[in-house]
Design a protein around this ligand. Structure first.
Ligand SMILES: Nc1nc2c(ncn2[C@@H]2O[C@H](COP(=O)(O)OP(=O)(O)OP(=O)(O)O)[C@@H](O)[C@H]2O)c(=O)[nH]1
Ligand SMILES: [Mg+2]
Length: 216
């Protein structure tokens, strides 16, 4: 008989093994006409500019500089596709940030439309991760993204980022507030993953979660 602990250990091990495989940059798209084929399961990293999407991709795959990271919001300007595994079994899609960026409003509007089109119309999108900075909390632009994902019925995991910057009380408060808001979003799982790309918190759990989606 297996115990829940043994199941959890096995899931963590599957995650560790998958993310220990090579991960390579495949493709960057700045329009939905340029997307790669839909032959592999994909996970999208969505969230406001500067929330830590590219940093989380790097932490998951254990590479420092696969995805471009910057202090200036608006670093990632295209949909960047990475292939995990050799041969690839899962694609990670690092999206531009929505909500705000230190670029023109027109650029933000163009990216927002691109991100929404992608999230709505990608048949092999198995999971969206919506990242929320623990020091910023849930904003209107996040709620708008969660609504798009509800409408498209994309299974969504909310991930808190930069939790190394928050104390335990703040983390618990933000987690509870976000969990309350998620009750209105049927596509979102109720469980929230707290992460720090910097300190490695929550990375093993998230790897285990995503390993469930990889092609066999
Ligand atoms: N303290 C801390 N800082 C982080 C963490 N993750 C990311 N950062 C910092 O946050 C800033 C933005 O990180 P990015 O990964 O570029 O964020 P992004 O969401 O990809 O940003 P855009 O591509 O501009 O939308 C950088 O200065 C990172 O070093 C974390 O876990 N802890
Ligand atoms: Mg980025």
């Amino acid at each position: 008989m297996t115990t829940p602990d043994a199941d959890r250990e096995r899931a963590l091990e599957r995650g560790r093994l998958l993310f220990a495989q090579p991960c390579k940059f495949l493709w960057a798209a700045d329009s939905v006409d340029q997307l790669p084929p839909t032959d592999l399961p994909e996970v999208a990293f969505a969230g406001r500019s500067n929330v830590g999407k590219s940093s989380l991709v790097n932490a998951l795959v254990g590479q420092k500089a696969l995805a471009n990271v910057s202090q200036t919001p608006g670093r990632t300007q295209k949909l960047n596709f990475y292939g995990l595994g050799d041969p690839a079994r899962l694609r990670l899609v690092d999206l531009p940030g929505y909500g705000y960026a230190k670029v023109s409003k027109r650029a933000v509007d163009t990216w927002t439309a691109l991100i929404e089109d992608f999230l709505r119309g990608r048949p092999n999108l198995q999971r969206a991760l919506v990242l929320i900075d623990v020091r910023v909390g849930l904003k209107d632009s996040d709620v708008a993204a969660l609504k798009v994902l509800d409408e498209a019925a994309v299974a969504t995991r909310v991930v808190l980022t930069k939790t190394d910057k928050a104390g335990a009380a703040e983390l618990a408060e933000v987690t509870a507030a976000v969990a309350r808001a998620l009750k209105k979003h049927p596509a979102a799982f109720p469980d929230i993953v707290a992460t720090s790309a910097e300190k490695g918190f929550g990375i093993a759990e998230l790897r285990a979660d995503l390993a469930e989606l990889a092609a066999r």
